[in-house]
Design a protein around this ligand. Structure first.
Ligand code: C5P
Length: 221
């Protein structure tokens, strides 16, 4: 087991796991890994180099060579701030396409492991507890109803001044989740050793408190 304590928070798109994971990391003074950002960066970089998202060999090579920097909340690709650019819906769809390619996942593995540094790490994604950090001390599967997730994503987009159609967003989330669940490698699913946190009708504070309580009770066990 790794000496660095790791908390994994996996779950479907727009479940709020990113916000919860960041807040838990801040509360505990731990580092934070947004693994979805790596898949989004790969999709964006591929698009910019005119690669097709399904070209496994080329996209995996690119994923292994990405020039990425996480500078606080800012994410840089080839020195350019792409924090906003990677959050677009089309990059999200591209991310779920490149994420289904086994060689791409392998190419991003070492980069993810490098985030596990003292005093600890909170990692969010789809396979953090199952593949990337199987020895994590606390594993959470964070979800919410499809309706609640679509409404949250809609609100996020509108706050950024982007157009947001609830029905189209719900359909997008559904197809992305279906692809994440059905893929052969590292599919999205709640593993038996993960604690379920359903945040439908639950505020962020409550979700963060629950994860912190689980963590404390582990430390006191
Ligand atoms: O979490 P986020 O929505 O930013 O992730 C974008 C996409 O990256 C997901 O839809 C999923 O296909 C992929 N992903 C993954 N494994 C992870 C994190 C994200 O396959 N650990």
């Amino acid at each position: 087991m790794s000496l660095v304590p790791v908390i994994t928070i996996d779950g479907p798109s727009a479940s709020g796991k990113g916000t919860v994971a960041q807040r838990v990391a801040a509360a505990l003074g731990f580092h934070y890994l947004d693994s979805g950002a790596l898949y989004r960066l790969t999709a964006l970089a591929a698009e910019r180099r005119d690669l097709r998202w399904r070209d496994e060999v080329d996209v995996a090579r690119l994923a292994g060579e990405l020039d990425v920097e996480f500078d606080g909340a800012a994410i840089l690709l080839d020195g350019e701030n792409v924090t906003e650019a990677i959050r677009g819906e089309s990059v999200g769809i591209g991310a779920s396409i490149v994420a289904a390619l086994p060689a791409v996942r392998t190419a991003l593995l070492a980069r993810q492991h490098a985030f596990a540094r003292a005093p600890g790490l909170v990692a969010d994604g789809r396979d953090m507890g199952s593949v990337v950090f199987p020895d994590a001390r606390l594993k959470v599967f964070l979800t919410a109803s499809a309706q609640a997730r679509a409404e949250r994503r809609c609100k996020q987009l509108r706050e950024r001044g982007e157009p947001a159609d609830l029905a189209a967003i719900a359909a997008d989330l559904e197809s992305r989740d279906a692809r994440d669940r059905a893929r052969a490698v590292a599919p999205l699913q709640q593993w038996p050793d993960a604690l379920l946190l359903d945040t439908t009708g639950m505020g962020i504070d409550e979700a963060v408190d629950q994860v912190c309580r689980w963590w404390e009770s582990l430390l006191n066990a």
